[in-house]
Design a protein around this ligand. Structure first.
Ligand SMILES: NC(=O)c1ccc[n+]([C@@H]2O[C@H](COP(=O)([O-])OP(=O)(O)OC[C@H]3O[C@@H](n4cnc5c(N)ncnc54)[C@H](O)[C@@H]3O)[C@@H](O)[C@H]2O)c1
Length: 315
């Protein structure tokens, strides 16, 4: 079996590629990545020791380049992690987000159909549902409507709409996973958990938007990789699955917990004005993947956070 992992040098993509190379030693793994600021290019030194690994530098928005790769490699599976992912950046450069996150997916889907890929998997986000009031008990199910609140989330929602249409009209074999916020090794340093760890270790101020009471549901990246693998293998064609291990934490509470683990003072925290649109709370119902595919997460939240802290401490 040959798998294409697009965005395989990004945070989740690197974790998935390592997971995949470790679990499926007989399979051929091709990573394609544009190498933006978010890419871990040094990981290629590690990956190149695997004889079943190959790398292409390139842009999924470039159809001509992408078609050459598809024609040559004849993939069985395509897993798409490639995307622009910073919500803050998405307000400043919408065009780049729509090029990578929507046009890129259109290209991958059309080539997957043309070159008979067995399964195209799109890694999506719970941000497509929009946010919830802080005191809400609701959890979004896969049937809830899309209500994205920022250009990043809108681009991910539009990519999904395209895939559902392509599945219905042309019969593209595809699945989608909608994950909550990930944490773990190899994440870019502008994201909350690495930012807090790195700044605290260097005794630098830690900015907190607003009063810090926004809630994010944290999911360890290796549990996410396991869920994606399960959906690719056993997920129903044309279906989307919410994925999470249900660890909702207020940003301020989480930051204080990390500071405590690093034995750093809370006086490092500095409250800054919240951005204009700052989603309050995300929560998803994961009973579909649990009941239909038997998914269970492996990692305890605090243990996974300790692993993550150790990684950034060693960098
Ligand atoms: N990180 C999270 O908490 C989270 C949660 C839910 C869903 N997701 C989704 O998971 C996927 C991966 O997220 P991440 O956090 O690893 O992102 P990331 O920003 O760390 O990595 C993205 C990778 O994609 C590459 N890339 C960007 N545009 C590309 C293009 N046009 N062509 C080829 N490569 C391109 C980048 O170079 C980078 O290596 C994204 O699709 C994101 O929407 C992430």
């Amino acid at each position: 079996m040959k798998v294409l992992i697009t965005g395989g040098l990004g945070f989740i993509g690197v974790n998935f590629t390592k997971f995949f190379l470790g679990k499926y030693k007989e399979d051929e793994v091709v990573v394609l990545d544009k190498i933006t600021y978010a890419a871990n290019r040094r990981i290629l030194d590690e990956f190149k020791h695997f004889s079943n690994f190959k790398f292409y530098k390139g842009d999924i928005a470039n159809l001509e380049f992408l078609e050459k790769v598809f024609r040559k490699e004849k993939f069985d599976y395509v897993v798409n992690f490639a995307a622009e992912t910073s919500v803050d950046k998405s307000f400043l450069d919408e065009a780049t987000f729509f090029k990578s996150n929507v046009l890129g997916v259109i290209n991958l889907a059309s080539l997957s159909l043309k070159y008979n890929v067995k399964r195209f998997h799109q890694v999506s986000t719970d941000e497509i549902y929009g946010d919830l009031p802080l005191d809400s008990k609701k959890k979004f199910s896969e049937n809830d409507p899309f209500n994205p609140k920022n250009p990043y989330a809108l681009s991910k929602a539009q990519a999904e709409e395209f895939l559902f249409m392509y599945h219905k009209v042309h019969g593209l074999n595809m699945t989608i996973s909608r994950s909550t916020n990930n944490f773990g090794r190899y994440q870019a340093s502008d994201k909350l958990i690495p930012l807090v760890i790195n700044r605290a270790l260097n005794n630098m101020e830690i900015p907190v938007f607003g009063d810090g009471n926004n809630i994010r549901d944290w999911f360890f990246v290796l549990d996410h990789c396991k869920a994606i693998d399960l959906i690719i293998k056993k997920g129903k064609n044309g279906e989307a699955y919410n994925v999470s291990s249900h660890e909702p934490h207020q940003n301020l509470e989480l930051i204080k917990f990390i500071l405590q683990k690093l034995r750093k003072k809370e006086s490092l925290i500095r409250f800054v004005e919240a951005r204009k649109i700052h989603d309050r709370k995300y929560a998803v119902d994961t009973s579909k993947i649990e009941n239909e595919l038997g998914y269970r997460h492996d990692y305890d939240f605090e243990y996974a956070l300790d692993l993550t802290i150790e990684y950034y401490r060693g960098k």
